[in-house]
Write a protein that binds this ligand. Structure first.
Ligand code: SAH
Ligand code: TMP
Ligand code: ZN
Length: 406
C-alpha cells in the first residue's frame, strides 16, 4: 500500500483519471511511439489532510532543458508577481543588505523585480532553458533542484537568506521534508518563507480538476501546510488568498514563536473544517462532480462539432492535458490548439496529439467556438479577444461549470 508523502500513513486513491502523459510534454510526431504514460490517481490522507497523487514521473522527465512553461507568457502574471515582490520589499525585508532566494524561479518573472531594485537575490531553477532566459535578464540563477544539500552550498557561498520564496513550485515537489530541512538551513533565525500554490478549497469548490496533473503532486490546504511545517518547528503566521490559477493560497511561515500569528489563519482553518476538506465524503462527491463535468464537456463538443462548427482550443496549458485526456477530446473535435509559446507551436498536445499552432492561425480565421483552456487568464484573454466575440465567436469554459459564454 502507498504511504502519505507527508506523514507516512497508508493511503488509498479516491479516484483515477486514467493513463496520463507528461502534462508539459508537447511532442513531435516522431516522438509519439515513445511517449511516456502513468496512471493519475489521487488520494487524500485522513491523518494529515494532504491531497496527493500516487505516482509521479521522475523529476528529470518533467523539469529539464525542454520545459515548455515560460512564466512570462502572461501579462497578468507579470503584474501579479510585481505586486508580490513589492509586498515583500515593503513589508518583509530588513534594510541592511537583504538576501532573497526563490525556488522555481523559471524565467525570472518574480526575481526581476528584486534585481531592478538591486536587491541580493538567487533563483533556483532546474529547467535549464527557462533558467537561461532569467540569466539573460541579469538574474542570478543556479540551475538545480532545491533540497537540503543545495541549501548548505548556498549558505557557504552567500550566507543565510532573509526571505525564501516560491510560487507554484512547492506543490510540485514530492520530497518536501528535504526542502523544508533546506529552508531551515538557509533561513536566518527570524527569516520568513512565503509561497503560494493552487488551493485545495478552490479546486473542490469549482471542480477545477485540471489542477491535478503530474507536476502537481500535492493540493495544499492551510490545515495540511500547518501540519507539514509543524514537523520542522515552523508555523503558518499568515495567509492571503489569491485569484491566480483559479484560486490560490499564499502562506507566510516563520520559525515557531518568532512572529505573531494572524487571526486569518484560524479563520481559514475553521472554514476548511466547515467545507469538510478533511472528510472522505467530500472526495467521493468531488469524483462525481469530475465525472459530470467530463460527460457534459464531451457532449457539448460532440454536439457542436456534429452540427458542423469549427472548435479551436485556446492556450495549450499544462492543466489542459488532464482535461483533454480524461474527457477523451481528440483532433476530430478540436481542430488545433492556439498558443503564443514558440516552443509549443508545431508540436502536438501530450496524449491526444492535437496540433498546437501559432496564435496567428486563430486570429486569421476565427472558429465558431474557442475552448478556453487558460480560464485562469480569462480576464486578460477576453480583453484581448473582443474581435472574436464581435465576429460571432463564442467561448466554451468548464470551470466552475461547462457552458458556452453568452
Ligand atoms: N514560479 C513560476 C514557475 C512555476 S512552474 C510561476 O509561478 O510562474 C514550476 C517551476 O519549478 C518550473 O520552472 C520547474 O523547473 C521548477 N522546479 C521544479 N522542481 C523544483 C525544485 N525541486 N527546486 C526548484 N525548482 C523546481
Ligand atoms: P498557464 O495557464 O499554465 O499559465 O499557461 C499559459 C499558457 O497559455 C502558455 O502556454 C501561454 C498560453 N497563452 C496564450 O496562448 N495566450 C494568452 O493570451 C495567454 C495569457 C496564455
Ligand atoms: Zn498524511
Amino acid at each position: 500500500m502507498r504511504k502519505c508523502l507527508i506523514c507516512n500513513t497508508p493511503i488509498q486513491p479516491f479516484m483515477s483519471f486514467g493513463k496520463m502523459p507528461i502534462a508539459n510534454g508537447f511532442l513531435l510526431r516522431e516522438e509519439f511511439a515513445s511517449e511516456y504514460f502513468f496512471e493519475l490517481q489521487v488520494a487524500f490522507c485522513e491523518h494529515c489532510g494532504m491531497v496527493q497523487i500516487l505516482e509521479q514521473p521522475d523529476r528529470e522527465q518533467m523539469f529539464n532543458e525542454n520545459y515548455a512553461f515560460f512564466s512570462g507568457t502572461s501579462e497578468g502574471m507579470k503584474i501579479h508577481f510585481k505586486a508580490f515582490a513589492d509586498d515583500v520589499m515593503r513589508n518583509y525585508l530588513p534594510s541592511d543588505n537583504p538576501f532573497v532566494v526563490e525556488i522555481g524561479s523559471n524565467d525570472g518573472i518574480m526575481l526581476q523585480n528584486f534585481a531592478e531594485n538591486h536587491i541580493r537575490h538567487l533563483g533556483i531553477e532546474p529547467s535549464s532553458n527557462v533558467a537561461e532566459v532569467s540569466r539573460e535578464k541579469g538574474i542570478q540563477t543556479v540551475c538545480s533542484f532545491f533540497d537540503a544539500v543545495l541549501a548548505r552550498q548556498i549558505v557557504e557561498e552567500h550566507g543565510q537568506a532573509d526571505v525564501f520564496l516560491g510560487a507554484n513550485v512547492m506543490c510540485h515537489i514530492p520530497y518536501l521534508h528535504s526542502v523544508i530541512e533546506g529552508i531551515d538551513i538557509l533561513l536566518k533565525p527570524d527569516g520568513l518563507v512565503l509561497f503560494e500554490d493552487p488551493y485545495l478549497g478552490s479546486v473542490i469548490e469549482q471542480t477545477s480538476y485540471d489542477q491535478i496533473y503530474d507536476e502537481h503532486v500535492f493540493l495544499f490546504s492551510v490545515t495540511s501546510i500547518r501540519y507539514l511545517f509543524a514537523q520542522h518547528g515552523m508555523e503558518v503566521v499568515d495567509i492571503a488568498p489569491q485569484k491566480t490559477h483559479g484560486g490560490s493560497m499564499r502562506y507566510i511561515i516563520a520559525r515557531k514563536g518568532t512572529r505573531a500569528v494572524s487571526p486569518q489563519v484560524s479563520h481559514c482553518l475553521k472554514s476548511e473544517e466547515l467545507m469538510g476538506l478533511h472528510e472522505p465524503a467530500v472526495y467521493g462527491a468531488f469524483k462525481k462532480s469530475c465525472e459530470t463535468s467530463r460527460d457534459a464537456l464531451l457532449k457539448l463538443l460532440t454536439d457542436l462539432r456534429s452540427s458542423g462548427n469549427r472548435i479551436v482550443g485556446y492556450a495549450a496549458t499544462s492543466k489542459s492535458t488532464t482535461i483533454i485526456n480524461y474527457c477523451g477530446i481528440n483532433s476530430d473535435l478540436i481542430e488545433f490548439i492556439s498558443d503564443t509559446t514558440p516552443v509549443k507551436q508545431g508540436k502536438f498536445s501530450p496524449g491526444a496529439h492535437i496540433p498546437v499552432r501559432p496564435y496567428e492561425e486563430f486570429k486569421s480565421r476565427y472558429p465558431e467556438y474557442a475552448l478556453l483552456f487558460a480560464y485562469n487568464h480569462a480576464a486578460e484573454i477576453m480583453a484581448k479577444e473582443k474581435d472574436f466575440v464581435m465576429s460571432g465567436g463564442r467561448w466554451i469554459v468548464y470551470v466552475p461549470k461547462v457552458q458556452v459564454l453568452e
